[in-house]
Design a protein around this ligand. Sequence first.
Ligand SMILES: Nc1nc2c(ncn2[C@@H]2O[C@H](COP(=O)(O)OP(=O)(O)O)[C@@H](O)[C@H]2O)c(=O)[nH]1
Ligand SMILES: [Mg+2]
Length: 262
Amino acid sequence: MVEPGWLLSPPGRPYLASILHKNQRRVFGLLERPALPPALSVPTLTYKLFVSGRSAVGKTALVATLAGTPVPPTHRETLGTEGTPRGWGVLGGTVGAVGCRGIEVSTLFWPAIPLGSERPVLFQLQFWDCGESALRKFEHLLPACREEADAILLVFSFTDRASFAELPARLARVLQPSEDPLRVVVGTRFDLCPRTAVTEADVAALEDSWGLRVLRVGGGCGVGREGVARVAPLLDALVGQLWQRDQMAAGVSPEGRGSPQD
Ligand SMILES: Nc1nc2c(ncn2[C@@H]2O[C@H](COP(=O)(O)OP(=O)(O)O)[C@@H](O)[C@H]2O)c(=O)[nH]1
Ligand SMILES: [Mg+2]
């Protein structure tokens, strides 16, 4: 786990500045990373996260919200970068996303300090967002998305019961027997009331049976520091879980007393 809200606290200030530009979230290209003075340089840990969920639940909006880029106002099936059928290396538009047909990969950086550690870590999160119809149409996309993914983000909408009910079947479909990624469940449209389609009791039952906490988003992200403050609880929870999973895999106690390695 990481120290909640550290990025917005006084010691986090230079790190926060490194992911903002003119009070907007900086968009990082393929080979770019936050610039920090040498005295503050920290190790970078990179993770691949596969974003999975029914069409229109809000996968693309979720990634945009977390990255602090404009959220699409209307649903448009994610197609990736059209016209680049041979894949990688093309910068797709303005959102720092790279794609091939059907997949959009967006990178964001999130500095955080693991609990019990003296030194911050720069988490580099690569979100693989793929439109559902593209997944059905192109068989190679699912293997590309889930291959060596560190985490699967299962996304449902609080206003769409079917998107919640199908989560176990979706998880079974996307998991491979040989791999054991972190499972993260995110509920979108938490801003819309009444949320009768998926109730707190439904969420509690899923949390009990899967042994995790469901994360919630909704209502856009805001700009600059305010936007960072709104997404901080979710991103701190996400990188905290990724960190804990690494620590356990490395045989370090779950309390994470070890310090990060370069
Ligand atoms: N009010 C609200 N609208 C949302 C939220 N998440 C997504 N949307 C809207 O839902 C529509 C579909 O979202 P999109 O991300 O394109 O769905 P995708 O097919 O899963 O990628 C878009 O019009 C979004 O603006 C949310 O948390 N709250
Ligand atoms: Mg989409």
